[in-house]
Design a protein around this ligand. Structure first.
Ligand SMILES: C[S@@+](CC[C@H](N)C(=O)[O-])C[C@H]1O[C@@H](n2cnc3c(N)ncnc32)[C@H](O)[C@@H]1O
Length: 219
């Protein structure tokens, strides 16, 4: 480049969600757009050891637990260490490999595709916003209801009070890559009873721990 010539700025090129998210899991700085304003994708939240707030949520998991959208597997690893039968599922190969490196049993699967133990799980865990998977929480909860046994429960994190149900077209962006839009949703404690009812479930418990809201859903 000669002096005075404009620097060429690289425009992030389109890649799949899986490719961009895998780079983020490997440590690439990544932004998520379309959910709030542009915010850093909080990958560090999914790769760190569980904290007290996570343990409060996980204390509601009973028996054989399916960790849907397990990411790098910190929640599953904690449950496994405490003697639970636990399986993590995630659509992204890198996430599944990182979960397995934590000693977690994990499969690369879409939650909407056939899964092991359909109708026999005691708990379905939807941690850290995963009630938003697919952008249609009623559909996701109907699917989780198919996976649960008769007395099984869904344990899920919620967004802040006042959120209601919000649907988003989110994208991941790194310096070199951007994903296409993918549907996501947020559900607040104010809306969970209706969303659960639409899926044939009821709220057994809703609460918060230092402002982190969660719900336990049953039939
Ligand atoms: C917000 S991260 C949560 C990570 C993890 N639950 C935690 O708390 O550490 C969402 C995860 O859901 C996965 N995911 C998204 N859609 C999915 C689907 N349809 N089936 C399974 N996993 C999915 C993503 O690949 C990602 O790892």
């Amino acid at each position: 480049m000669t002096i005075g010539e404009p620097a060429t700025t690289q425009v992030p090129r389109m890649h799949t969600f899986s490719e961009v998210y895998s780079d983020a899991l490997r440590g690439e700085s990544c932004t998520v757009t379309g959910v709030q304003v542009h915010v850093p994708l909080p990958v560090h939240e999914w790769t760190r050891p569980v904290n007290h707030g996570d343990r409060v949520l996980l204390a509601h998991c009973r028996g054989a637990t399916l960790d849907v959208g397990c990411g790098p597997g910190r929640m599953s690893a904690h449950l496994a260490e405490r003697g639970h039968v636990v399986l993590g599922v995630d659509i992204v190969r890198e996430a599944v490999e990182q979960a397995r490196r934590r000693g977690v049993s994990a499969l690369r699967r879409n939650v909407f595709d056939p899964l092991p133990g359909e109708g026999r799980w005691n708990t379905i865990l939807l941690a850290d916003g995963n009630i938003g998977i697919g952008g249609a929480p009623e559909r996701l909860l109907r699917r989780t209801a198919e996976l649960l046994d008769r007395t099984g429960r869904v344990v899920c994190d919620l967004a802040a009070p006042g959120t209601g149900v919000r649907r988003h077209d989110a994208r991941l962006v790194t310096a070199l890559k951007r994903s296409g839009p993918f549907p996501w949703a947020s559900v607040g404690p104010d809306a969970i009873a209706q969303v659960a009812a639409d899926a044939g479930l009821r709220v057994a418990e809703v609460g918060d721990h230092h402002g982190r809201w969660f719900a336990v859903l049953a039939r």
